[in-house]
Design a protein around this ligand. Structure first.
Ligand code: 16G
Length: 237
């Protein structure tokens, strides 16, 4: 058993090296059978190595088609950035398509987030966010119409934070953010071009301006296979 583990670990490392040395994302790896023959190991050993690589997000499998090199995950650092800024620092071109713009009553939950009364209206903007044309996240933004009159008639493909700054002179200064693990509901999966119930990150953020006014409450669902969060953390004194 231990022997088999060592062999699969050796094969795993070899495949990591091969991928790192420049295998293009989405290129196909040799079949399990070919790998077993080439490395003189059992199919079970090959499967173990591939299982780990899949678990680590380096490869993905398509039933009946084989194993492929995964696209690199996008690192999200914990700084207050817009989606567009995030993508650009990673050399990716951000994009979005607006799926919904509507004015709805805040209700108790959104009212509390945006510090308006439950019977007040709020703007709801739902966007599918892309990086280099690939779907990355679904984003529901809620804003106070009194702070941003006419906003929902102005949102298009460009950065929301930019519109808030340039059109309304509103700069977001700080935010409360929470992240939890989630899965893509079938409707979300379809919009994100991913399998239903695949892993996702659910991120919610309430953003404030320098006067601590609640500017936006947003809920974003990111594809779990394309994102990972990176934190710079300091030991408390
Ligand atoms: C981030 C924010 C979202 C904001 C968007 C602006 C989270 C969960 N979401 O994705 O609240 O609307 O950036 O991006 O942090 P944009 O300026 O590119 O439209």
């Amino acid at each position: 058993m231990a022997e088999q583990h060592t062999k699969s670990e050796r094969l795993r490392r070899h495949l990591v090296d091969v991928i790192d040395q420049g295998l293009e994302p989405h290129s196909k790896l040799p079949t399990e059978r070919d790998l077993a023959v080439e490395f003189e190991v059992s199919r079970l050993t090959v499967r173990r190595a591939l299982d780990r690589l899949e678990h680590e997000g380096l490869v993905y499998r398509v039933q009946g088609a084989g194993t492929f090199v995964a696209a690199p995950r996008i690192t999200k650092s914990v700084e207050l950035t817009s989606f567009s800024e995030d993508m650009r620092t990673r050399g990716l071109e951000p994009g979005s398509s607006v799926l919904v713009t509507e004015t709805i009553p805040a209700g108790a939950r959104l009212g509390a987030k945006l510090r308006v009364s439950p019977s007040d209206d709020v703007f709801h903007i739902r966007r599918a966010r892309t990086a280099d044309g690939e779907p990355m996240a679904l984003e529901d933004s809620y804003l106070n119409p009194r702070l941003f009159p006419g906003l929902i008639d102005n949102v298009g493909g460009e950065s929301l934070y930019r519109i808030l700054e340039t059109e309304y002179g509103m700069r977001i200064e700080w935010a409360e953010q929470s992240v939890h693990a989630s899965v893509l509901e079938p409707e979300q999966a379809e919009l994100l071009d991913a399998p239903p119930f695949s892993p996702a990150f659910f991120v919610s953020r309430t953003s404030y301006d320098a006067q601590d006014r609640a500017v936006e409450y947003a809920e974003s669902t990111y594809r779990g296979d394309r994102y990972h969060y990176e934190f710079k953390i300091h030991r408390s004194r």
